[in-house]
Ligand binder design. Sequence first.
Ligand code: AQP
Length: 337
Amino acid sequence: MSRIFSGIQPSGELHIGNYLGAVKNWVALQSTHPGALFCIVDYHAITGNYDPAVLRSRRWEMAKSLLATGIDPALCALFQQSDIPEHTELAWVFTTLTPLGDLERQTQFKEKSSKHESIPAGILMYPVLQSADILLYRADLVPVGEDQIQHLELARDTARKWNARFEHAFFPEPKPLLTPTRRIMGLDGQSKMSKSLGNTIGLLESDDDIWAKLRPAMTDPQRVRRTDPGRPEVCNIYSLHQAFNPPDVVENVAVQCRSAGWGCVDCKKVLLEGMVRELTPIRHRAVLLDADPQRVLDALADGARTARAIAQETMRDVRARMGLDALVAPTPKSALA
Ligand code: AQP
């Protein structure tokens, strides 16, 4: 049976891009793949400047939000990366096998480093730590959004390199598991919806707040007047309809858009209905968790126990194969004679 691992940074609120690209899939997969591991990757969230108090609160909010989506600690392990020091230990091992050029070629590195005058090495090393996150649990399936495909290629290379040097087939070569909504664009319709770009709709936002963001959101730029026919295939709002509304509604949206039967605001109102239908139960569960925070702490403690046992076993095996296990005194030369 395949083992599933995936992670999410507590670098901001859980948004509909994270949800549709990855987390909704986690919730489905936890029932079909017992023993799945889902990690709040907090070491990945400290690569830039940050406020420790804000990070603490975001870790909490992320754990709560994930449980609210339906992540069930009885079916999977939900834990924090910083509770398991073996992540950083294995990351160092993998650093020794990774060519600098492979890291500099990563698209996310190029995008994120261009925003810094002095580039933090953590941004460069991010995919090495990510490979360690996955391979520490010898996971072979990783439900992620499209932006992570290149990083997973690097994880496969790393697994191949380590296996070739130290033990054949020890680490599996992890493959991505994508959803039909593998890349959700931000409300500007220009770049990926991203916590750090401020172009998100949070999973726990109120109906009014969602509407305030949807109303001015980018649609087909050729629809200047209400009577201009639209092109659903280029419209970000249409792709959100595909994620939140049933096929008959989506079909009608396309007809109304192409014929200019609806204006963009009418179309967004129908989208809001679909979003509210899906997000209301999640928001309700988040309120219940706010009233019973011990459930969040218990889930994380249980998850860390499960993860730690696997991580410690992997590192024992890795150290032994690399000549880093406990030393035994050499046999004295006189005893060999
Ligand atoms: N816009 C997106 N569409 C589809 N999937 C997405 N994911 C993120 N954005 C989208 C997927 O969500 C999971 C968790 O992502 P992450 O927090 O580990 O890192 P990220 O991809 O860098 O997410 P953000 O929101 O863009 O964070 P920042 O701004 O901090 O870098 C991943 O599976 C990701 O593919």
